[in-house]
Design a protein around this ligand. Structure first.
Ligand SMILES: [Fe+2]
Length: 277
């Protein structure tokens, strides 16, 4: 196994392995690399759905995504991203085509913390469609002292699509009415013990305990800091890639910009953190 690090703070790219046949030592090394690097890319895998699910379960419990219409019909834990980009009338379905755009963590609108998301690239367009990742450890470590003191003990409410309820039409009607999930803005990672910022620019509704105006001002200030100044990794997809990222300490954004006529399809799983972690 070879592992390259494009940046010491975020991103690891592993080659020369088959995730279906990992020794215990390789698995532990890979898991540690993922924890330390936030985003782990494994190149050149060709898996069946069952193999992808089995490998994903090594990281934790899989939870079917709240968006039911993109779940695989036989495997509810598997979401198929990038299918149905056109409506029956031929028009582009923006909610599907632009899904994953804008900086966010996955599932902050869930009261359970989402540990990781893992994607397996099935079809990749000729250009565009990269995914960006930003380290929220770095965002916390470099947060100006004044801002850190203001947010240290605050919590934020999150709903699907945030204040603009963007992409809300992907949800079933009942799920659009769910109450917000509340999470601390500064969180301590359960496995690494490091502190990170957890203030999702896309899905955040408001910050509790401050006025609406102050909440908006803080969200804007935090967002600027989180996306403009932090350590980042830009992933250029290849068919066969498996990419897993740690939702507890990273933001990500699908950059779009690929031709609508071309396929960009990923299998996706959402991996939850169990109580004991
Ligand atoms: Fe996402």
């Amino acid at each position: 196994m070879k592992v390259a690090h494009p940046d010491t703070r975020i991103g690891a790219i592993a080659t020369g392995i088959d995730v279906r046949a990992l020794s215990d030592a390789d698995w532990h090394a890979l898991y540690r690399t993922w924890l330390d690097s936030i985003v782990l890319v494994i190149r050149d895998q060709t898996l069946t759905i069952e193999e992808f699910l089995a490998y994903s379960r090594r990281f934790g419990r899989l939870k079917p995504h709240r968006v039911t219409r993109t779940r695989h019909p036989d495997h509810p834990e598997l979401t198929v991203m990038g299918v149905g980009t056109r409506k029956p009338d031929g028009k582009v379905d923006r909610a599907v085509f632009e899904r994953g755009g804008g900086w966010h963590t996955d599932s902050p609108w869930d009261i359970e913390i989402c540990k990781a998301t893992q994607l397996h690239a099935i079809a990749i367009p000729s250009h565009g469609g990269d995914t960006l990742f930003a380290s929220m450890y770095d965002a916390y470590d470099t947060l100006p002292e004044r801002l850190r003191a203001r947010v240290e003990n605050l919590k934020a409410e999150h709903v699907y699509g945030g204040r603009g309820r963007r992409g809300n039409e992907l949800l079933e009607p009942d799920d659009r009415l769910r109450p917000p999930a509340v999470h601390p803005i500064v969180r301590t990672h359960e496995e690494t013990g490091r502190k990170s910022l957890y203030a999702n620019p896309y899905h955040i509704l408001r910050i509790q305990g401050v006025s609406d105006a102050e909440s908006e001002e803080l969200i804007a200030e935090l967002t600027d800091h989180m996306v403009a100044t932090t350590a980042q990794y830009r992933h250029k997809w290849q068919v066969g890639d498996i990419v897993i990222w740690d939702n507890r300490c990273a933001l990500h954004s699908a950059t779009g910009g690929y031709p609508i006529e071309e396929k960009r399809i990923h299998w996706r799983v959402t991996i939850m953190q169990d109580e004991s972690e």
